[in-house]
Design a protein around this ligand. Structure first.
Ligand SMILES: [Cu+2]
Length: 223
């Protein structure tokens, strides 16, 4: 637990550094591309996860098929990510609706290269079986949509790195942020949509940018 919490703190410090650096050369979404300020010699190899990737978390999650998830295994495709709980009657169904709209607005070719991930913050109720039933009820294509349940620590760590506030209420329900995050292939945050009824265009633009070939090649040409 301590190790996990320490990693989350290190990640937050790393993110802070990224944001401070981004202040001098802000990208459209306010988050600097991961490799923008690195020299060629310090570029990570393809086997290393960038330090500001959320896939550095060693938290423990299980998907709707009961398979244990190692966070680094999520590398490889951009993902649209949210934290929800399936018995929510208010915001969470709307978050999923919004993610489904994003899915629909992609071309078939883009859709095939994007993943959608829902991480539950209600481990007491959201078992793998409950998540499986929720995926069916919401008509989620499970080749693209993965739903995860984790430990209380895993929930805290992921919420911290995503910037998600969650508070359990006395009646057992949760007050929480409404947040949809775009992660690139390496798990680096590319865009955050906060709140509902937002313009989806910037999120879609960030997602499409994340589908482009690695920015490393682009910046090599610029240096
Ligand atoms: Cu909710």
């Amino acid at each position: 637990m301590m190790r996990s919490r320490t990693r989350a703190m290190l990640f937050l410090l790393g993110m802070l550094g990224t944001i401070l650096v981004a202040g001098t050369g802000a990208s459209p979404n306010g988050i600097a591309p991961a490799h923008e300020h690195e020299t060629l010699s310090s570029e990570p190899s393809h086997d290393q996860i960038p330090t500001d990737s959320i896939y550095n978390l060693d938290s423990s999650w299980t998907d709707q098929d009961g398979q244990r998830l190692a966070m680094p295994s999520l590398r490889g495709r951009p993902r649209v990510v949210a934290m929800i709980y399936t018995s929510c009657k208010y915001a969470c169904p709307l978050i999923v609706d919004e993610m489904k709209r994003v899915e629909r607005e992609l071309s078939a070719e883009e859709r095939a290269r994007v993943g959608f991930a829902l991480f539950s913050f209600d481990p007491e109720r959201d078992s793998a079986g409950v998540l499986k039933a929720y995926a069916a009820k919401r008509g989620l294509d499970e080749s693209r949509w993965r739903l995860y349940t984790g430990t209380a620590d895993a929930v805290l760590d992921l919420a911290a790195v995503l910037g998600m506030q969650i508070r359990k209420e006395p009646d057992g329900e949760f007050s929480h942020s409404t947040l949809i995050t775009v992660l690139d292939r390496e798990g680096v945050i590319r865009y955050r949509m906060r709140g509902l009824d937002q313009d989806r265009a910037p999120l879609l633009a960030a997602l499409r940018a994340a589908l482009e070939p690695s920015p490393t090649t682009f910046h090599r040409g610029q240096d």
